[in-house]
Design a protein around this ligand. Structure first.
Ligand code: HAM
Length: 414
């Protein structure tokens, strides 16, 4: 019986993993400078958490959640995203009692039962950040700048920041009515999902991916024409802040996110090098969610980036060498092999990657292996070297070779 990973779920192997680690370590360095601290949130949560926050009529909740009953019959869902668990965590641990803002980041796998295609997986990885407690647009600007610095830091420059405001509880009803009026006369031409959404949540029609619905919604009223004065001011100030920081952006009044919890600022970072699934990161404000989860009124904003899509982009122009051993120690005979193991420990203690001979192989095949794994040096220890306390060394990158006292070999490496 041969097994393979489930559809839409992939293994991540070396050398790709080195690109993943580079993104993760750059994120860590940058987040630290802005005061974002790591939280580790669970992979499974109560299903309600996602239904309440992401919204009953969203694609994620309607079609894409990995939901199952546990042995006690409770409904459990494998997290499709990290914001709802982060808010649950913030409220559960009363983190609102700590000085504001509280800024967190998390990373790990998310699960959505989507139709797998290029850039779209059923298990995918996100790095996400959430900042709690600040309603001012300066926080929106800070996290957008931080995201930009992160993308630049990993070498992604050709990305587009798309920006919108999707209003608040105060102005949304007015916009909702404008949409209902617009869709009314052509409702029967929309897909069955959109017809249902018309009553329940007409904003979702703007997010439908069906070709016909996309055509039918051409000319629909724009949310930015229906913002209340506070939302308008917030959005204008954010734009002003981005301009003062010289952050390029594109206004996209059609950007509505596929999750219901957003208020005001919504943004997506896209790349033209990715095909249909072109969002590498996305986020926005969710000023009502903490309250809905039973906490005090607490504004919040965050984003998440999609690791697979970022790594795909980085792979195209990856020039950094993938890590390889500094030294391969080839040995002839049992005594030399034991000495090789000892020397390997000494060299490792100095911080280098060393591969020893584990026994058995001929010298020729050991040297072939040293070459194949990309080792910089091969040290050779045979009977004579053992007696003389020496090693033969070869620099495989420079085709140089020589002999050195065992006590001097570390100087060869630096
Ligand atoms: P999202 O737009 O659903 O937002 O996902 C964020 C990013 O995750 C996307 O831009 C994309 O790069 C990646 N992504 C989403 N679905 C998939 C998939 N099936 N396969 C591969 N990559 C995918 C959120 O998840 C929000 N929680 C972001 C946020 C944080 N908003 C506020 N705070």
């Amino acid at each position: 019986m041969k097994y393979s990973a489930l559809k839409g779920i992939q293994d991540i192997l070396p050398p790709d993993i080195h690109i993943w680690q580079k993104v993760e370590s750059t994120a860590l360095t940058i987040f630290r400078k802005y005061g974002f601290q790591e939280i580790r949130i669970p992979i499974i949560e109560s299903t309600d958490i996602f239904i309440r926050s992401i919204g009953e009529t969203t694609d994620i909740v309607e079609k894409e959640m990995y939901t199952f009953p546990d042995k006690a019959g409770r409904s459990i869902t494998m997290r499709p995203e990290g914001t709802a668990p982060a808010v649950r965590c913030y409220v559960e641990h009363h983190l609102y009692n700590l000085p504001s803002p509280q800024k967190f980041f998390y990373s790990g796998p998310m699960f959505r039962y989507e139709r797998p295609q290029k850039g779209r997986f059923r298990q995918f990885y996100q790095i996400g950040v959430e900042a709690f407690g600040i309603s001012q647009p300066s926080m929106d600007a800070e996290i957008i700048v931080m995201l930009r610095n992160l993308l630049e830091g990993i070498g992604l420059k050709e990305v587009n920041f798309e920006l919108n405001s999707i209003g608040c509880d105060k102005c949304r009803p007015d916009y909702r009515n404008a949409l209902l009026n617009f869709f009314k006369s052509r409702l029967s031409d929309f897909c069955p999902d959109c017809q249902r959404r018309y009553e329940l949540n007409p904003l979702r029609i703007l997010d439908c991916k069906v070709e016909r619905c996309i055509e039918l919604r051409q000319g629909a009223p724009l949310v930015t024409d229906h913002l209340c004065s506070e939302c308008r001011e917030h959005f204008d100030e954010l734009i002003f802040r981005l301009q003062t920081l010289k952050i390029p952006y594109t206004l996209n009044p059609n950007l509505v996110r596929g999750l219901d919890y957003y208020t005001r600022t919504a943004f997506e970072v896209t790349s033209e090098h990715l095909g249909a699934q072109k969002a590498v990161a996305a986020g926005g404000r969710y000023d009502k969610l903490v309250e809905e989860f039973g906490g005090p009124q607490t504004p919040a904003i965050g984003f998440a980036l999609g690791m697979e899509r970022i790594v795909t982009l980085l792979k195209e122009n990856w020039t950094e060498e993938h890590p390889a051993p500094k030294v391969f120690i080839a040995t002839i005979g049992r005594e030399a092999e034991i000495e090789g193991f000892r020397i390997a420990e000494d060299i490792r203690a100095k911080g280098f990657w060393v591969e020893p001979n584990y026994g058995g192989a001929s010298l020729k095949s050991q040297l072939r292996k040293a070459d194949r794994i990309g080792a910089e040096f091969a040290f050779i220890i045979g009977e004579n070297e053992l007696k003389a306390g020496k090693v033969q060394w070869k620099n495989l990158k420079k085709s140089e070779q020589g002999e050195a006292e065992i006590k001097d070999i570390l100087t060869l490496l630096t």
